[in-house]
Design a protein around this ligand. Structure first.
Ligand code: GLN
Length: 189
C-alpha cells in the first residue's frame, strides 16, 4: 500500500512517520506525476493560502481533483481540511472543494491560538482522542452525505464523506495512530 503525503508546506513528515508506523509505504508528493499509483493521499496542516498558492504553482489542483473524483481516498488535516472544503467563510482562496462542508479558518479565536482537548470519536473506539488544535478551523456546516465524526463542544471538528475525511486538528502530532488507521481501513484503500 502506498500513501502520498502532499509535501509542499506544513506538517508532512509527521504524517509520513505515523503512516509508516502502521506499515504502509509513503511518498512525498510535489509533482502531478507522483500522484500515480497512490492508494491514498494526505493533505497536511500548514497554512492554507500558502499551500493553495504552491499547489497552483506546481499544477496540482486539477490532477488531485481528477484522481479524487476517480476514487483516490483523501485525508485533510487542519489546513488540509480547509483545502477539502467546498466553502470557506469570507474567503475566495483556492481550494479543492471535494467535500460538501463549509469551514471557518482560525475559528477558535486568538486567545486560544493553540490548545489540546480530549475528543470523543465513536468511530475509533471509546478511549478519547487527545486532539492538538493549532490556529484550527472548524466546520460551520455540512451538506449532502457528510457524516460528522466528532465535535468539540458544539463545533464540528471531524467529518467524512465517502472516501474523503477531514480533521480540524493534528493527529500526526500525537502518538495515537487510531485516526490514520481508521482512514487506511475505512476508505476502501
Ligand atoms: N490557520 C491555518 C490556515 O488557515 C491552518 C492551521 C493549521 O493547519 N495548523 O490555513
Amino acid at each position: 500500500m502506498l500513501i502520498g503525503v502532499l509535501a509542499l508546506q506544513g506538517a508532512f513528515i509527521e504524517h509520513e512517520k505515523m503512516l509508516r508506523s502502521l506499515g504502509v509505504d509513503t511518498v512525498q508528493v510535489r509533482l502531478p506525476g507522483q500522484l500515480d499509483k497512490l492508494d491514498g493521499l494526505v493533505i497536511p496542516g500548514g497554512e492554507s493560502t500558502t499551500m493553495g498558492k504552491l499547489m497552483n504553482d506546481f499544477g496540482l489542483f486539477e490532477p488531485i481533483r481528477e484522481k479524487a473524483e476517480n476514487g483516490l481516498p483523501v485525508l485533510g488535516t487542519c489546513a488540509g481540511m480547509i483545502m477539502m472544503a467546498r466553502e470557506i467563510a469570507g474567503s475566495s482562496q483556492p481550494r479543492l472543494g471535494l467535500m460538501d462542508i463549509s469551514v471557518e479558518r482560525n475559528a477558535f479565536g486568538r486567545q486560544v491560538d493553540s490548545f489540546e482537548a480530549d475528543i470523543n470519536i465513536e468511530a475509533i473506539g471509546e478511549e478519547p482522542f487527545r486532539a492538538v488544535f493549532i490556529r484550527a478551523p472548524y466546520i460551520l456546516g455540512v451538506d449532502g452525505n457528510v457524516q460528522i465524526l466528532a465535535r468539540h463542544g458544539d463545533k464540528i471538528v471531524a467529518a467524512r464523506q465517502g472516501r474523503f475525511m477531514v480533521l480540524a486538528f493534528h493527529p500526526e502530532l500525537t502518538r495515537d495512530n487510531r485516526l490514520h488507521k481508521y482512514f487506511l481501513e475505512n476508505m476502501n484503500i
